[in-house]
Design a protein around this ligand. Structure first.
Ligand code: SF4
Length: 353
C-alpha cells in the first residue's frame, strides 16, 4: 500500500463520510438515520468523522428549528420554554450566567422564529412554538487513518484513550484502508480495546469490521488525564485526573450534535476555492463529488485550496454569468449540488430550496 499524503487522507476522510452516510450501522442492524459530519468536537479534541444516530420522527421535528445550529444559550431557552406564556425568569432555570445573556438569546430565538415572545409591562414573556425534540440517539466518532505507521499509532492511541476516558461519544472507531492482509496491520498496533476498527476500500466503499467497539459510559462522569505517571504510558496509577460531570457532558454532546446537523460533511467547500478556474468536482463512485485540482492533477486538501495557493486563478467572469452553460460556473454548480444533498439528509428541510 502506498504511503498516504495529506491530500489522500483528506480524500479518504470524505470517502469514509460517504460510506457512513450510505451504510451505517456497520453491523447491518435496522438503519437509524445517520447524520454525518466531519472535523467537529471540543476545544481539546476534534474528531475526523462524526455519525449521529437519530430517531427519525424526532429528527423531522428538529427541522422546525431551522437548518442552523442552536448554540448552548439558544438550547437553554428553547428546551425550557413553557407551553403557556410566562415571565422568562420564572420559566427558565437559572443558567449559571447573567440573565442578560438569556435575554439576548431570547431575542435571537425570536428573530429566528423559533420562540414566541411578548411584552407584559416591562417584562418579557415567552412561550414555546414547538417542544425541542430528543433527536440524537447515539454519537459515534471515527478517526480516519488510511495507513498507520508506528508514530501515528502512538498519537492515535493517546487520542483514543482520551475518548474512552471522557466517553463523550457512545463509540469510537478507527477507519483504515483495507490492505487485504489476513490480519489488518492496524490490529497489531497497541490501541485501546474499546475502539472499533474498520477496514475500508475507498474505491468501492466496501468495509469490513475488524474489531467491534465497546459502548462507552456516556452517562457517567468523564475522566480527563491531566498528568501521566512516568514510565509505561498505560500505567496511569499515579496520574492526576479531572472529572467532568454528566450534565456538562450531555450539554457538550448536544452542542456537538447541533453543529453536526448544521455543517454535515459536505461543507468542505466553505473553506476551499471552488471559484478557482482549476477547481473541479470528480465523481468517485458515480455519486460522490470529490474536489479535484486540475493544476495539481489530484485531489487537493482544504488547507491547500485557499486564496494563498500560488496556482489560484479566479474563474473567468463569464462562468459566473448566465453565459456559462447552466447558472454560473463549476464552483457555483457544485456548491448548489452539495447543498441540495445536505438538505435531503435532513428530513423536514426542503431539498429543492
Ligand atoms: S489551483 Fe489552488 S486554489 Fe485553485 S483549485 Fe487548485 S488548489 Fe485550489
Amino acid at each position: 500500500m502506498a504511503a498516504h499524503t495529506a491530500e489522500s487522507e483528506f480524500a479518504f476522510e470524505l470517502r469514509t463520510c460517504r460510506w457512513a452516510e450510505r451504510t451505517w450501522p456497520p453491523d447491518g442492524d435496522d438503519a437509524p438515520i445517520p447524520i454525518v459530519a466531519r472535523q467537529l468536537g471540543t476545544k481539546r479534541r476534534r474528531w475526523d468523522t462524526i455519525v449521529l444516530e437519530c430517531d427519525p420522527d424526532a429528527l423531522e421535528q428538529r427541522a422546525n428549528f431551522g437548518p442552523e445550529r442552536l448554540d448552548g444559550d439558544l438550547l437553554h431557552v428553547v428546551r425550557n420554554a413553557p407551553a403557556e406564556w410566562a415571565y422568562y425568569r420564572d420559566a427558565l432555570p437559572y443558567p449559571g450566567y447573567p440573565w442578560r445573556y438569556v435575554r439576548e438569546a431570547i431575542h435571537r430565538a425570536d428573530d429566528r422564529g423559533i420562540l414566541e415572545t411578548r411584552k407584559n409591562g416591562n417584562r418579557i414573556e415567552i412561550r414555546r412554538k414547538w417542544a425541542y425534540p430528543d433527536w440524537v440517539d447515539r454519537i459515534v466518532a471515527i478517526e480516519n487513518k488510511p495507513d498507520l505507521d508506528a508514530s501515528a499509532a502512538r498519537v492515535l492511541a493517546d487520542q483514543l484513550e482520551y475518548d474512552v476516558g471522557m466517553a463523550l461519544a457512545d463509540e469510537v472507531w478507527v477507519a483504515t484502508e483495507a490492505t487485504g492482509d489476513r490480519i489488518e496491520p492496524v490490529l497489531l498496533e497497541d490501541l485501546p480495546v474499546e475502539a472499533g476498527v474498520l477496514a475500508l476500500e475507498p474505491e468501492t466503499l466496501a468495509a469490513t469490521v475488524e474489531w467491534f467497539p465497546r459502548s462507552l459510559a456516556v452517562d457517567d462522569p468523564g475522566t480527563r488525564i491531566l498528568e501521566r505517571a512516568s514510565g509505561d504510558g498505560r500505567d496511569a496509577s499515579a496520574a492526576r485526573f479531572e472529572y467532568v460531570d454528566p450534565e456538562e457532558k450531555a450539554r457538550t454532546r448536544l452542542e456537538i450534535a447541533e453543529r453536526a446537523y448544521e455543517r454535515g460533511w459536505r461543507s468542505f467547500l466553505d473553506t476551499m476555492r471552488p471559484d478557482c478556474r482549476h477547481f473541479e468536482a470528480r465523481a468517485a463512485d458515480g455519486l460522490q463529488a470529490l474536489p479535484y485540482c486540475r493544476a495539481k492533477g489530484r485531489c487537493q486538501t482544504a488547507a491547500e485550496c485557499a486564496g494563498s495557493c500560488p496556482s489560484f486563478e479566479p474563474e473567468p467572469p463569464a462562468w459566473r454569468s448566465r453565459e456559462w452553460p447552466i447558472e454560473g460556473g463549476p464552483g457555483k454548480t457544485i456548491r448548489r449540488v452539495l447543498e441540495g444533498r445536505r438538505r435531503r439528509r435532513r428530513p423536514g428541510q426542503d431539498a429543492n430550496r
